[in-house]
Ligand binder design. Structure first.
Ligand code: NAG
Ligand code: NAG
Ligand code: NAG
Ligand code: NAG
Ligand code: NAG
Ligand code: NAG
Ligand code: NAG
Ligand code: NAG
Length: 638
């Protein structure tokens, strides 16, 4: 029978369809149940250097409840040679794609990674022909397609970056008992073809091993062999329950998961009150290029985790991005745990007036110690599988603490005139429950004093030719800036808990009631001199309107005053009290270099609790608004 071209095409497609259906059932039917149970994307293109992109390769290991060590990913439809040459019980890793695995205590999970391109030529050439041809074209290394069956490997040694993060670890059964933190995982790496199962039972000369540190490990090596990686979970005692969960990745570009605890002062604790804390990053650029600064100001490159030190659930996971993401109490990331408790933003406040990222926490517990950990999601701009460095970066932790519950200090920021102020000030929730109103109160007062100064400065010949000016090095804008900094520092006192015993703090308003109504007892009062420097605040308006009750003040640094005197015309008659002289001890503190133990001994714009590195200060003090008094007197004279 002759078939018309149309009929023969129909027949051909019917036959092909039947064959496909038959093939489909042959290959898939025994695996229907598993295929639905296992939430697993088949990494069918593992040999292909580019296939890793967008492959959400997540093996839901919780499905594997048995202790079956010979577990093998069910890539049933494909020949082993296509998957890669991972032996039984070994999971193939694709370049820059993390595998998500549970590891049961006492067990070892094994992975294999073959650098893309370092494929053996002679294996099953007919099956892989298409793939290899395209590989060759991509590489451009071998011009002659006929050559490659003879070539064992066409790439020389490459650096392989292996990294892993512990996302979950066993938890103590009884939280009331104090126990050591759960032990860390161990990474075993073998490039020895005779050791395809690196782990505690394999020959130690054929592998290297690294213990995880705080839930993270990074190891790079140069090889042209398949790399076998074992992740071994220690046999934890019966005091713990649960298993380990690990994210592991290998890359030929860079580490997929990273941590760096060497980097200096990545996160700076500026100040806190009883429920809040303010932290900033270092300057994100040193460049004064406005376009670059603008670009940085419109980004938010960092995320942050915060955790109460009393709670031990992040112990052992502090260098692991996913460990922090899953376990930190507050995660300042998109959709993070209690992310609403954090306001993140960019700022150019001092020091340096360069772009920084800022984290403002609220809803913290009072009198509590916290650990803050700065991190980057992915490489800061992109994250996830297929992106080199997509697993995240974790920086060194910073400690911070909150003030006491009955406290009368509150953080203010976002002021209009004193725009550089961002610290705790004397407050009283009864009178100023709203921090915005409190900020307005202080800001308005400073601005009103400044307007008097401007009138005085207007008398100085600022616009005169150079030779007639008051100084060759300072001009009137320098004077205005120095005055503003000094004014904001002295009119907006930096507040600490009255209970803080640090010797460099100055007690104020001792004879007034706390916000809760209690007064200091006689015995406490007798420890302090009965001068007005202790009996009242620096600025009488604070006692009149805010009524904070007894608090301690971090005195302004003396150099803030010296800078004012040096920057302004002598006709303005600014003077600073001298150290040891009358009034100094209740007005200023001396800035002193010394050990960086988080103490903030004097206040200036941009000061913060520094734990290592830069300069620091020491404090003494002096009477009520002495220098401001001078200014005001002088204004009256003018
Ligand atoms: C873990 O240790 C306990 C006793 O210390 C032992 O009974 C158990 O078999 C060990 N488990 C593994 C997986 O080695
Ligand atoms: C690992 O990386 C570091 C820096 O990235 C490099 O100095 C070192 O040589 C590398 N080691 C190997 C074995 O490639
Ligand atoms: C605050 O304290 C309570 C009780 O001690 C604790 O359960 C909670 O996790 C703490 N919250 C924070 C954010 O520290
Ligand atoms: C992050 O990775 C993407 C893609 O790999 C790259 O385009 C981008 O420049 C990287 N960003 C940084 C800050 O390295
Ligand atoms: C009131 O607050 C002060 C200051 O924190 C505290 O010492 C005192 O115990 C509080 N009194 C009461 C009754 O809570
Ligand atoms: C400060 O003001 C900016 C906008 O001017 C706002 O985005 C930010 O949330 C404010 N921060 C606080 C802590 O109020
Ligand atoms: C004052 O001096 C600074 C440099 O010290 C300069 O940038 C500024 O433009 C000067 N201002 C005026 C008004 O001359
Ligand atoms: C302290 O201040 C209170 C009012 O706040 C006042 O009654 C008292 O006389 C003052 N004492 C001294 C020594 O100034």
């Amino acid at each position: 029978m002759q078939l018309s071209p149309l009929q023969s095409r129909l027949a051909a497609s019917v036959i092909a369809t039947c064959l496909l259906i038959a093939l489909y059932f042959t290959l898939f039917s025994p695996h229907f149940a598993l295929a639905t149970d296992l939430k697993q994307t088949l990494p069918i293109l593992l040999d292909d250097p580019d296939s890793g992109v967008d492959l959400e390769y997540s093996v839901d290991a919780s499905v594997r409840t048995s202790l079956d060590r010979s577990y093998e990913p069910e890539f049933a439809a494909f020949d082993r040679s296509i998957i890669g040459r991972a032996p039984a019980g070994v999971t193939s890793l694709a370049n820059n794609v993390e595998a998500d695995m549970n590891v049961i205590a006492g067990m070892t999970q094994v992975f294999a990674f073959e650098a893309p391109g370092a494929v053996e030529r002679d294996r099953d050439a007919s099956r892989l022909e298409l793939r290899e041809e395209s590989d060759v074209i991509q590489d451009g290394e071998s011009d002659n397609a006929l050559e490659f069956s003879a070539v064992e490997r066409r790439q020389s040694s490459r650096t392989i970056y292996i990294s892993a993060n512990t996302c979950e670890q066993p938890q103590p059964r009884d939280l009331s008992k104090t126990q050591p933190d759960p032990p860390q995982l161990t990474l075993y790496v073998s490039t020895d073809p005779s050791n395809e199962q690196p782990g505690p039972n394999a020959k130690s000369s054929s592998q290297v091993l690294f213990a995880f540190t705080e839930g993270a490990v990074m190891y790079n090596l140069t090889t042209d062999n398949v790399v076998y990686i074992g992740v071994h979970a220690p046999n934890v005692s019966t005091e713990y329950m649960g298993q380990y969960n690990v994210h592991i990745a290998a890359s030929t570009d860079m580490f997929f998961h990273t941590f760096n605890i060497e980097e200096d002062a990545d996160l700076i604790w500026v100040d806190s009150d009883s429920q809040g804390a303010l932290l900033i990053t270092h300057d994100l650029t040193q460049s004064s290029d406005p376009a670059l600064q603008q670009r940085i100001m419109s980004s938010q490159p960092y995320v942050m985790f915060a955790h109460n030190k009393e709670d031990r659930s992040i112990n052992g996971l502090k260098y692991s991005y996913c460990g922090l993401q899953n376990n930190a109490q507050i995660a300042a990331i998109k959709n993070g745990q209690f992310a609403s408790m954090v306001r993140m933003g960019m700022t150019k406040r001092p020091p340096g007036n360069l772009p920084k990222e800022q984290f403002y926490f609220s809803g913290l517990n009072s009198s509590a110690d916290y650990v803050g950990i700065l991190a980057q999601e992915g490489n800061g701009t992109e994250s996830g599988n297929g992106r080199p460095g997509g697993g995240g970066h974790v920086f060194r932790a910073t400690s911070f603490s909150t003030k006491s519950d009955n406290g009368n200090c509150a953080i203010i920021l976002n002021l209009t005139f004193c725009d550089q102020v961002a610290y705790s000030v004397p407050s009283n929730p009864e009178n100023f429950g709203d921090a915005t109103k409190l900020a307005e109160f202080y800001d308005k007062y400073a601005a009103s004093v400044y307007s008097n100064f401007e009138k005085a400065l207007a008398q100085v010949p600022c616009e005169a030719p150079m030779t007639q000016r008051y100084s060759l090095v300072r001009n009137c804008s320098d004077c205005s800036a120095a005055y503003k900094e000094w004014l904001c520092t002295v009119t907006i006192p930096r507040c600490e808990d009255f209970s803080n015993p640090a010797p460099y703090l100055h007690a104020r308003a001792l004879s007034q009631p706390f916000p809760n109504g209690t007064m200091l007892d006689r015995a406490t009062l007798d420890q302090f001199p009965t001068t007005s420097a202790f009996n009242s605040s620096r600025n009488p308006l604070i006692d009149e309107f805010v009524k904070p009750g007894p608090y301690k003040e971090v005195l302004p640094c003396d150099d803030v005053c010296y800078n004012l005197v040096q920057s302004c015309p002598s006709s303005l008659e600014f003077n600073c009290p001298r150290p040891g002289g009358p009034g100094f001890e209740s007005s200023y503190s001396v800035r002193k270099d010394g050990e960086q133990n988080g103490e903030l001994t004097c206040n200036y714009m941009g000061s913060a609790h520094v734990f290592s590195g830069s300069t620091r200060q020491e404090v003494r003090w002096w009477g009520v608004l002495v220098s401001l008094g001078t200014v005001l007197t002088m204004i009256a004279v003018l």
